[in-house]
Design a protein around this ligand. Structure first.
Ligand code: SAH
Length: 342
């Protein structure tokens, strides 16, 4: 395993194997979680040990290949190049309640949502735990802005990379690392039911967001092929189980698409289906993706939809679009870069 993906006990064991005392494990762990790029920066280790470690456990850190900063709202988007040459995006958003990073969990995505730029070239590979950690660490280092919140809403489907994502959460939450509270982390999924059930068993304090984007199977299957495997009723039953297990209110994301899912009857159907499930809706005016014929709903349609949900007892907010001048939505920058370079 890459040393940067090891938990503290694992790292301590690995360092002990090199004939070193246990406390050296914690020293190395602390350095790695500060985002050093080489063992030479670990000044409290002997030169001999640094060389031994470099030989056995190379450190991989991402390189900035593009960085775009929004003039409107200070949102910064990074395109990182990983050790194998693949690129992923991370977005830093500056909210009044804290700097938040949106990280990618996979290179590309297999889920095939009709409106999403991340899935156009399919799934290339899943990210390792340390690669996700590095997105957070190096965004913090490069920007000089302290990060207190994370959303797993970048490229990829986090629950399709379950074990690595769970390990990433453990790393980023660790007291000797970035120590980011689970309550400040949101995980968004297109609705992989067996994995949501697995997540429920862990009773984590993270927020769970479900990408719904349609009130019924007919509409949802049209924009989200995953709905054919995991249709809406079983998905909502699964959400109820998740709520029973964790007592955490579920967030539903709903990209508003003109003439597809934004009618009055769609909002009313949602109210009927969600009855009794503590839920919060994030209405997101669709970000237009070049390759897709789908268009965003009008402001008026979004506002009307929100009102119907609220009148029906479902809290709903319209998500502010940050970084619209810098291709800041899902997979657009990577897509552009790949097109220019291949
Ligand atoms: N795979 C996960 C997380 C990644 S996307 C998921 O499906 O939830 C984060 C959110 O952005 C999802 O709700 C996704 O459906 C939405 N999204 C993707 N492309 C979009 C676009 N062009 N406009 C608006 N929302 C989009």
């Amino acid at each position: 395993m890459n040393i940067q993906s090891m938990t503290l006990p694992e790292m301590t064991a690995a360092i002990k194997e090199l004939g070193q005392p246990a406390f050296r494990g914690k020293q190395v762990y602390t350095w790695l979680h500060k985002g050093v790029r080489s063992y030479d920066e670990m000044t409290n280790l002997s030169k001999g040990l640094r060389e031994q470690l470099a030989e056995k456990y190379p450190i991989y850190t991402p390189k900035v290949v593009r960085k775009q900063e929004s003039k409107k709202d200070g949102t910064i988007k990074y395109l990182w190049q990983l050790a194998d040459g693949n690129c992923v995006e991370t977005v830093l958003m500056r909210y009044h309640y804290g700097n938040t990073v949106c990280i990618s969990t996979e290179v590309g995505c297999a889920m095939g949502c009709a409106f999403c730029a991340s899935t156009i070239g399919g799934l290339v590979r899943r990210l390792e735990p340390y690669e996700m950690l590095n997105e957070v660490l190096f965004t913090q280092i490069d920007s000089g802005l302290p990060i207190s919140r994370i959303v797993l809403m970048g490229i990829g489907e986090p629950l399709d990379n379950f074990d690595n994502v769970m390990r990433f959460l453990e790393l980023v939450n660790s007291e000797d690392g970035m120590n980011i509270s689970m309550r400040h982390i949101s995980l968004s999924t297109c609705g992989l039911i067996p994995k949501i059930d697995e997540l429920a068993k862990r009773k984590m304090q993270i927020s769970l967001a479900i990408s719904l984007h349609g009130p019924n199977d007919e509409i949802r299957s049209r924009v989200m092929p995953v709905n054919k495997a995991y249709p809406i009723e079983p998905l909502l039953e699964c959400c109820r189980r998740y709520y029973d297990a964790t007592s955490r209110r579920i967030h539903f994301e709903y990209a508003m698409i003109d003439g597809v899912n934004d009618r009055e009857c769609d909002a009313k159907e949602l109210i009927r289906r969600l009855k009794g499930l503590p839920a919060h809706f994030n209405l997101i005016p669709l970000n237009h993706v070049e390759e897709s014929p789908l268009k965003p709903s009008s402001k008026a349609a979004v506002a009307a939809f929100q009102k119907i949900l609220e009148d029906g007892g479902i809290t709903a907010t319209v998500r502010r679009t940050l970084g619209s001048d810098i291709d800041a939505s899902c997979g657009q920058l990577r897509r552009k870069y790949n097109k220019e370079n291949h």
